[in-house]
Design a protein around this ligand. Structure first.
Ligand code: CMX
Ligand code: CO
Length: 142
């Protein structure tokens, strides 16, 4: 099942400026940065909290790497702001299948590569009350 809020994804035009805002305003630090060419993003993960069992919740700051990417399209339409939420699961394929049986469109037939070797799928925002929703399974050996 879905056990936690893994992250909130935020679309920004300038990743370094966004990182600086979160550091200056709240004191959040970047734990990890990477480029995901498949998703068309340069991203930073800022850890908000962590639990003894290794669970954590992040902000995911997203800057587009190309103009036809989902985040670039979102910025063109809406400007900067909250782009998606992500729930954590121990088995993303099983969770996606379960949600799909309830009539929600799963956008990825097979899980794709996410942050730090995680496996991710996206659910259509029109089937989720206007919220683009991601399911994420952490890598076993990050
Ligand atoms: N949240 C809520 N609604 C959204 C949305 C978002 N992030 N993005 C698009 N929509 C809505 C639009 O407002 C639009 O609604 P209307 O028809 O009412 O105007 C509708 O969805 C279609 O929008 P679009 O601009 O034509 O966009 P597309 O259909 O081409 O793509 C989506 C939308 C969700 C299928 C696409 O963005 C997608 O596949 N996203 C998943 C991948 C992704 O977002 N990757 C980046 C993050 C990577 C990561 O987290 O690691
Ligand atoms: Co995400």
């Amino acid at each position: 099942g879905l056990t936690r809020l893994d992250h909130v994804g935020i679309a920004c035009r300038d990743l370094d400026a966004s990182i600086a805002f979160y550091r200056t305003t709240y004191g959040f630090e970047v734990e990890h940065e990477e480029v995901n060419e498949e998703q068309g993003v340069r991203e930073a993960m800022l850890r908000i909290n962590g639990t003894d069992d290794g669970g954590a919740t992040y902000l995911q700051l997203l800057e587009p790497t190309r103009p036809d990417s989902p985040v670039a399209k979102f910025l063109d339409r809406n400007g900067e702001g909250v782009h998606h939420i992500a729930f954590g699961t121990g088995d993303v394929a099983a969770s996606a299948a379960g949600v799909g049986e309830r009539g929600v469109r799963v956008l990825d037939k097979e899980p794709r590569h996410g942050t730090l070797g995680s496996s991710i799928v996206f659910l259509h925002p029109k089937d989720c009350g206007g919220v683009l929703t991601e399911l994420v399974q952490a890598a076993e050996h990050p």
